[in-house]
Write a new protein. Structure first.
Length: 249
């Protein structure tokens, strides 16, 4: 295996740690000093038609994609082999699930991007850093979809032996940048865009991901009662609601 040079160590070790530090410190700073801006800045009042389709598609499909990354990158191949999962079955499941998640994420982004670009009231609420984050997310989705398409045509590449080893090494304190030398370019772009999102995350509306209203799942139901319109006041009563003798409640 080749030895990583200074640039590769900088790119695959220093930058990821820098991105993680900015992500953690920036998020804490944002929560401490900008809680008023800690919001998704919803544009539901400006436009609802595309939002009601795009937001659920994007969010749920993104959760599915993140779950797939956890299974594919954080869990070594030795674990799936120990559990008796054949490599062929693993790749089929990863390809099918990844394809479905990719299609749904792209559909959700298409709805949301259309709103941002073509609806003036929504476009006016979008800051430059939000545009930059959206572009990075598009790069992540595209570079994550291309390998999935490759797998559909049988061009399988086992990223668990390269990208997975490198990623796990960052969190175990034993980074191995040399394994990324032989990784395909699309995987390198995918990883670089992901770390870039971590850097800009604390300074965009993406921070609202940490404020998911989980308490809504266990709180009591809110009951809304409609008010029945009352008839006109009886003459001489001045609006008082006296009960006539013999009148039932």
């Amino acid at each position: 295996m080749k030895t990583a040079n200074a640039f590769q160590i900088f790119w695959w070790v220093a930058i990821p740690y820098f991105a993680f530090g900015v992500f953690v410190i920036g998020t804490i700073w944002r929560w401490r000093y900008d809680q008023y801006g800690w919001t998704s800045r919803s544009t539901q009042l400006q436009e609802r038609k595309f939002l009601k389709w795009g937001a659920p598609l994007f969010h749920y499909a993104t959760f599915a994609a993140i779950g797939g990354h956890i299974l594919g990158i954080l869990i070594p191949a030795a674990v799936t082999n120990f559990l008796g999962i054949p490599d062929h079955a693993y790749h089929i499941f990863a390809t099918v699930a990844g394809t479905v998640a990719a299609v749904l994420v792209i559909a959700g982004i298409a709805f949301l991007a259309f709103r941002r670009v073509f609806i003036p009231r929504v476009r006016a609420t979008t800051s430059p850093v939000d545009w930059f984050a959206l572009i990075l997310i598009l790069v992540i989705v595209i570079t994550g979809t291309v390998p999935t398409i490759w797998n559909l045509f049988g061009l399988n590449y086992d990223y668990r032996d390269t990208v997975g080893v490198w990623f796990r090494g960052l969190f175990t304190g034993h980074p191995r940048p040399e394994v990324m030398i032989t990784a395909p370019l699309v995987y390198k772009i995918h990883a670089t865009a992901a770390w870039s999102v971590w850097i800009v995350w604390p300074f965009t509306r993406l921070v609202h991901a940490f404020s998911y209203p989980l308490r809504y799942l266990v709180r009591p139901y809110i009951v809304f009662r409609s008010k029945v319109a009352s008839g006109p006041n009886e003459p001489g009563t001045s609006g008082r609601r006296w009960r006539r003798i013999g009148q039932r409640f």
